[in-house]
Each structure stands twice: as C-alpha cells, then as structure tokens.
Design a protein around this ligand. Structure first.
Ligand SMILES: NC(=O)c1ccc[n+]([C@@H]2O[C@H](COP(=O)([O-])OP(=O)(O)OC[C@H]3O[C@@H](n4cnc5c(N)ncnc54)[C@H](OP(=O)(O)O)[C@@H]3O)[C@@H](O)[C@H]2O)c1
Length: 268
C-alpha cells in the first residue's frame, strides 16, 4: 500500500485518479481547495481515502498540510500534481458570456426582432467566436494560470520532498498537457500552453536534483478528457484520462524525467 497525495481532486481527472488508486488498495489523500466538496468527493469513493483542504496557490495552506501529514504518516510515496485551471479560451468564453449578457440586456428590443439584425452589432461590440492570441490575451489571466499550473506544483514539490525522500520509491507525477509540448506551442491558448510548457521544463530541471534524493519525477498528458475543463465534446472519459497517471504509480523501476501519454513516452 502506497500513501499518495492528489491535488485538485474533488472533481474531474483528479477525483478519478483517487478512485482508481483507492480501488487498487492504496491510501489516498484527496485534497481540494473547498473542504466540503473534498469531503463529499472522498465519501463517493470506496477504500482508504482521506480528504484534506489544500489550495495550491497558498503557501500557508501547503505548509499546514505538510506539517499535519508529516506528523501523521512521516512518509509520502507519491505526489500527483493534478490541480489546474483552464485554457485562455475558457476564461475568454466566460468573459464573452458576461459581455454578451450585458449586450443583450442593452439591446433587448433588437434581440426580440431578429438575430440577424443583432450579428453586425455584436461583431462591433467584440462578441465574436475568435479566440484571443498571445497578442490579445490579458496578461493578468496568464499570471493566474501560472500561479496554479506552475508555481502550485513547484510549491508542493519543495514542501513534500522531505516526506517523499523517506519513501523506498518516492515519486512525483505532474499532470501536464500536449498543449505544453514544444512542437505544439502556438499563440492560441497561450497562457495555458505556457504554463504546461513550463511545468514540463520544471519536470526536466528537477529530475537530477530529485534523483540524488531517490525521488523520481515524470509528467503525463491525460489526452482531451470530458471534464469541466475539457468540455462535453472531448473524446475521452475520466477513466481513460486517469489511466496513465495510475499506471505510472504502479510502474516499478527507475523511470524518471519522462513525458507520457496513453502509457507511451512522448516528446517534450
Ligand atoms: N480535461 C482535459 O482535456 C485535460 C487535458 C490535458 C490536461 N489536463 C490537465 O488535467 C488536470 C485536471 O484537469 P480536469 O480536466 O480534471 O479539470 P477540472 O475538472 O476543471 O478540475 C480541476 C481541478 O483543479 C482544482 N483546482 C483549481 N485551482 C486549484 C487550486 N488553486 N488549488 C487546488 N485545487 C485547484 C479544481 O478545484 P475547484 O473545484 O475548487 O475549482 C478542480 O478540482 C489539470 O492539470 C489539467 O490542466 C486536462
């Protein structure tokens, strides 16, 4: 039985990773930034699942959890950095929705007459289907994404290394994305892509330092998965999305510093 901490696990891929790991007999620390949602999620899973509050952007929250878990268990076998925030387009869709609501309110009479009349005015108001490129993206939204998707995992790794070091086979798994692959970078989804590209870079950078401490570190891409982030059109379900992370947990050996998708190594 391994002791495994999963971040952002109250829903989506994180919750499914916890479900599969608990089912195969591991002790799972299911963490969520909202304590109640985390407890509800943990109650939905059979096995040894302990719910704990954790906001990966909050240093105090990370330190508090480390102290508590260190005093209870002393050692941690696997850290899975899963918590993540969505794509720029998701944020953009949200902003567009907010703008559209305001727009429809102020043009209610035209909206009732014909949608065709509305289209040219909507275009003028900037309510179009176009995604923002790296030239248009709001930098503050990029900073928010980096705070969760890059600095969050980094913070967790720094904090939990002393516990991972005490395991016979300490391991870190970073849930990344193909959108962070060097060859796939483009101006669209720039904030999200940059955050995952940086997470991949962090994985590479830490490989040697961690190997001196007997800790392995790998990154994986779950594929395009039906979750709140992936949306309803994604081809994979959460079980398929969680599969490679769970496979990595159970993989014996010395595999470290690599990037995986569908149980196969892929290019950074
Ligand atoms: N779905 C895909 O197609 C896809 C593809 C490639 C990679 N990924 C990666 O897979 C991981 C999981 O994504 P998902 O699809 O399962 O997304 P999701 O359903 O949107 O779940 C994201 C999880 O992260 C949590 N979270 C966000 N900010 C947090 C913070 N500051 N502290 C702690 N938890 C936080 C959320 O908690 P709240 O409920 O409190 O918001 C939620 O539990 C992410 O790293 C994502 O980038 C997903």
């Amino acid at each position: 039985m391994k002791t495994i901490l999963v971040t952002g696990a109250n829903r989506g891929i994180g919750l499914e990773i916890c479900r599969q790991l608990a089912q195969s007999g591991h002790r799972v620390i299911l963490t969520s930034r909202d304590e109640v949602r985390g407890k509800e999620a943990a109650a939905s899973i059979k096995g040894t699942v302990i719910a704990k509050q954790l906001d990966v952007t909050n240093e105090l929250s990370v330190q508090r959890l480390y102290k508590e878990l260190n005093s209870i268990y002393g050692t941690m076998d696997v850290l899975i950095n899963n918590a993540g925030v969505g794509t720029d387009s998701e944020l953009y869709r949200h902003n567009r929705y907010e703008r559209a609501k305001l727009f429809v309110k102020s043009h209610l009479s035209i909206a009732y007459t014909s949608i065709r009349n509305l289209m040219p005015i909507a275009k003028k108001a900037g309510i179009t289907g176009k995604r923002p490129g790296a030239l248009d993206i709001d930098i503050s939204s990029v900073k928010n994404i980096m705070e969760t998707n890059l600095y969050g995992p980094w913070r967790l790794i720094q904090a939990f290394t002393p516990m991972l070091e005490k395991s016979n086979d300490g391991q870190i798994i970073n849930i990344s994305s193909g959108m962070g692959s060097y060859s796939q970078l483009s101006g669209y989804y720039s904030g999200y892509s940059l955050s995952k590209y940086s997470l991949n870079a962090l994985t590479i950078m830490l490989t040697n330092e961690l190997s001196y401490k007997g800790i392995r570190i790998n990154a994986m891409c779950p594929g395009w998965v039906k979750t709140r982030m992936g949306g309803p059109n994604a081809p994979l379900n959460v079980s398929e999305g969680a599969d490679t992370a769970v496979w990595l947990v159970n993989l014996d050996g010395s595999t470290t510093g690599k990037f995986f998708r569908r149980r196969k190594e892929i290019e950074w």
